[in-house]
Design a protein around this ligand. Sequence first.
Ligand code: 1GP
Length: 252
Amino acid sequence: MKIYDSLQQVINLKGAAYLVLIDPDKTEEIKLGKFVSFCEKNGVDGFLIGGSLLTNGDLSGTINIVKKNSSLPVIIFPGAVNQVVPNADAILFISLISGRNAEQLIGKHVFAAPIIKKYNIEPISTGYILVESGNVTTAGYMSGSIPVPRNKPEIAASTALAAEYLGMKLIYLEAGSGADISVPEEMIKLVTETCSVPVIVGGGIKDADTARSKVKAGAKIIVTGNYFENQNNWEKIKEFAQAVHIKESIKV
Ligand code: 1GP
């Protein structure tokens, strides 16, 4: 089954899917192996791997460790063309639709597409919308683009709808890794009411209640990264997964 379809299946079954972002710059082998198997046992549905800027991380090596220690889907979340590597299951084929820089809308993709084809990894076309989040994030800085103002949900919704009409299969509402404040619920609500493809929400989510309120607002995939880079927080993974899997808690 394609990874996109398996995500849809999780969404149908559990109400929403929970993905954990792994930054190859911030991992060490033994800890990462333990972490991913712990994630799998505690309800995580898959991993995103990559980042807006990798300085010394080994993306391929990181994916190998993740695959050795878990059977969950591994999806590249690329910040640059050199993050297209062969050993992942899929790649978010991201177009920065909140920006107006042709390179990030289509230019880099021309370089990446033949490599993705050669490696035979599944591209998942994703409209990426940066949302103002209090501070300048790496994603915002590196892309040199102005994020959508937090109090302008109609801009995000129109952008997402345009992406859907262009054939994109996911929308990613991104506050940025380590954001001070996460994507506002009002924006998630309007975007998810306006377009029909699944909406990912990530950036600055630091507790399970916040994750649940994003799902209640309409998010179909929640991503957290930074919070679980601190091992002291690992005990909360199950709580996050349960908060995201809104259908399961209703059943109980
Ligand atoms: C960043 O959305 C992800 O691209 C996750 O953000 O690291 O803030 O959880 P955090």
